[in-house]
Design a protein around this ligand. Sequence first.
Ligand code: TTP
Ligand code: MG
Length: 358
Amino acid sequence: MRKIIHIDMDAFYASVEQRDAPELCGRPVAVGGAGVRGVVMTASYEARRFGVRSAMPTARALRLCPELVVVTPRFDAYRQVSRQVHAIFERYTDLVEPLALDEAYLDVSHPKRGPASGTLLAREIKAAILAETGLTASAGVATGKFLAKIASGLDKPDGLTVIPPERAEAFLGSLAIERFHGVGPRTAERMRAAGIRTGADLRARDVEALANAFGKLGRFLHAAARGIDERPVVPNRPRKSLGAETTFPRDLSRRDELEPVLEELCRELAQRLEASDLRARTVTVKVRFADFTVLTRSRTLASEVAGAEEILATARALAFGPSRPEGPLRLLGVSVSQLSPRQGASVQPLLPFPTPKR
Ligand code: TTP
Ligand code: MG
């Protein structure tokens, strides 16, 4: 039986800001853009009590919590902490899979040091993080990635939750379907329509029926609901591309409607490149038409780009230039590839944070 720990720093960017500016401690803090179009990247737990959340427009966050302190992100500081935390993980195991700057899976089935118990190891790692960075993390311990990740979120902040194998079945049985790995809002909707609300409902279904309705995900969920999750912890693979896309509530074809979306996507990509210290040489625009056919257009540039304006200039040419896709679109996406570390970036970057949910 494997021992998997999932570790996730608490209110990561906001906690770093509070640590570095003690006058912010105990106060509601949001990290993100302060301008009219600014968005909250994360909020301190004090701010969350007012309902302030990641991906919320800053203007709305300020209405919910007028005393909110909005801080501009300092990605260098977050990367620095991320490296420190990663180095702590590496003392215990080589099997570390970063999911974001502040989050990783560790396979500690055969740890390099420390106690053999996964629970005691998680406690020791949390203590080392606190001692060496001044920050708290929450940990989940289980026999697979899926349960370990859910466990780490159950008792935030500064939590340590263990789901031992004998409790896994009952836990999974009562778990809501949207909490299962890979189930987004739309899949959850389809599952509820099919009468599947919990892990117990998943278990009651025939695996072939689930596979027919939900493809590979259906098979995975059928097993996951039984506590079977053999996905290995895969140490950092360098990223090949980064992408962002939006599906429209109704099909769009006018440039004046599409252009602001394209701008937003490029801004987000630039931010994520920045967060992971990367530059890109290829820009790709992807569209999906009303009939679901997909078309992509790419351009590889003579020199590397990283800024939103540079990415946007190429994306614009691809989306609206002579060989533009014609017809109403249901989806617009931009991605960048041929990635390389930014000049002066000393350490192999960790994976950037996951694409914000839309
Ligand atoms: P999370 O781990 O999702 O959030 P968190 O660490 O701030 O809070 P907690 O884990 O205690 O719930 O994300 C880690 C960092 O990634 C977060 O501090 C800021 C950044 N981030 C964004 O920039 N945009 C987003 O939409 C999200 C969710 C996170
Ligand atoms: Mg976190």
